[in-house]
Design a protein around this ligand. Sequence first.
Ligand SMILES: C[S@@+](CC[C@H](N)C(=O)[O-])C[C@H]1O[C@@H](n2cnc3c(N)ncnc32)[C@H](O)[C@@H]1O
Length: 280
Amino acid sequence: MLSYRHGFHAGNFADVLKHLVLLDSLHYLAKKDKAFCYVDTHAGAGDYALDDAFAQKNREYNSGIGKLWSLRDVPEAVAAYVNIIKAFNTEGKLKRYPGSPSIAQHVLRPYDRLCLFELHPAEIKALNQNTFKDKRVKRFHGDGLVESLPLLPPIERRGLVLIDPAYELKNDYRLVVDALTKMHQRFATGTYLLWYPVVERRRIEELERGLLKSGIRNIQLFELGLKADHPEQGMTASGMIAINPPWTLAAQMRQCLPWLAEVLAEGNEGFYRIETLVAE
Ligand SMILES: C[S@@+](CC[C@H](N)C(=O)[O-])C[C@H]1O[C@@H](n2cnc3c(N)ncnc32)[C@H](O)[C@@H]1O
């Protein structure tokens, strides 16, 4: 039974890191005048109203985009990210938060394609409503980790796969490594972005060990934490693991993550990691 709804969390500090890395990677791919395919294995609804009951429950966006919304003098990649969120809020007030599919729709060109997977019946319905007018988009109501495999490699031979599960089941930490290994066997030159939450650090250490054992090369890790690891405080940090990232991504993150750790964390507990897990 799926109970996770991203509307509760849209725009929080984890979305900031995730969408910052995603946006930077999409912009990089879109620099070249050759089509590419964006695959989102866990797409969610695509667009979130921040004044609805979900977002208002804990107002998590206040710990993320809400803190960045009015700041000036921000690192270049953060400014690009905030500007995209502003493009969805044309009245100048933060009322909506675009999910990963909407951010990708915004960056992709008319000749690029999006393949979006979502399992939750209510979320796929919302995703359909939010994207049906866009002819570049194909939506799939199913398990994105399994059903995206036959789409790889994409006909364009250029592509980015975002894997963004909610990790409701502990098994998910293992399943993402298995899925990435299979995807990479089919499409070794693709860019892959895997999001993870730090709730129990040992699960992330296992995930990292799994990736090291997979034989996949060129893996970088970017993590942003608001508090030191604590097993009883929920998600204290989150990260993005990037396989075949744009060569410019690490430099961008070196500018953004120290700054974000200071601006988004309360007190002095913020931290970040920028690591090469496996070299090219
Ligand atoms: C973290 S949310 C996605 C947020 C979205 N990627 C974004 O950044 O805006 C995870 C989504 O995955 C969906 N989901 C869970 N298991 C799935 C699976 N096996 N395949 C596809 N979607 C799944 C959930 O219903 C939820 O909407």
